[in-house]
Design a protein around this ligand. Structure first.
Ligand SMILES: Cc1cc2nc3c(=O)[nH]c(=O)nc-3n(C[C@H](O)[C@H](O)[C@H](O)COP(=O)(O)O)c2cc1C
Length: 217
């Protein structure tokens, strides 16, 4: 089967939030959430800060699994490092090194990735400087478990929150209006960074409407 991430609603140049599952050299599994950018139908990009278990395991094994899910509990347990083993399924990777791999049992889809290029760099910002890894990987196997699979994207959530606040902005007090406008700007930042064309157009429509109503943003 030809690998094509558009089959699971993941498109070129878009970013999605996924859960990456890895295994270390001793066989211990790990799961954590990351933003993943699609470069081609079968190529993805990750930016992972140094210091965590996922990046250590990816460097050791040069392969990992990307799980596509919208399950809030899975994202939470993966973030707090508390996904119990019974939520994970181990498989042997027939396509490459024959190593064991692990995926989230209830993921709507998962795909096996092989690292093609890993670059380390020092990233400096106003708060601190940190080592960051830029990882380009090829998707070598795609498994679709739920035909209705939909990848998680931050932009739609930011947009819906903005719409709710927009619908209330003329019935709240001045302090709450100020708070809504600050949140609006943060949502706009997220949508510009990870949103699709419709989400970007939507936030622009809202912004122009708010300006026309006399709000300063
Ligand atoms: C939705 C979401 C997206 C994230 N995306 C990234 C990312 O793209 N790069 C990164 O370095 N950390 C990201 N993080 C933070 C890592 O998940 C976090 O550092 C985690 O503790 C790493 O776990 P690990 O040590 O098990 O690898 C994200 C967190 C969340 C909740």
């Amino acid at each position: 089967m030809e690998i094509d991430l558009t089959k699971i609603g993941m498109y070129k140049d878009q970013q999605y939030e996924v859960i990456i599952t890895t295994i270390d050299n001793k066989g211990k599994s790990n799961a954590a959430p990351f933003g993943l950018r699609v470069l081609e139908d079968n190529e993805v990009f990750l930016r992972i800060f140094e210091g965590g278990t996922t990046i250590k395991n990816i460097k050791e094994k040069e392969e990992f699994i990307v799980n596509v899910t919208t399950d809030p509990l899975m994202f939470t347990l993966a973030t707090t490092n508390t996904i119990p083993d019974e939520y994970l399924t181990r498989i042997s990777n027939k396509t490459a090194t024959n190593d064991e791999l692990v995926y989230l049992t209830d993921a709507d889809a998962y795909f096996i990735c092989e690292v093609k290029n890993l670059k380390e760099a020092l990233r400096e910002d106003e708060i601190k400087s940190s080592d960051v890894n830029y990882i380009k990987s090829e998707v070598i196997e795609l498994n679709i478990k739920n035909k209705c699979v939909k990848p998680m994207n931050r932009a739609i959530h930011a947009l819906i929150e903005s719409l709710v606040n927009y619908s209330r902005i003329n019935i709240v007090d001045e302090n709450t209006q100020k708070y809504f406008l600050e949140r609006f700007l943060e949502s706009e930042r997220v949508i510009k960074r990870v949103g699709n064309e419709k989400e970007k157009e939507s936030i622009q429509i809202l912004k122009e409407d708010l300006i026309n109503q006399g709000f300063e943003i």
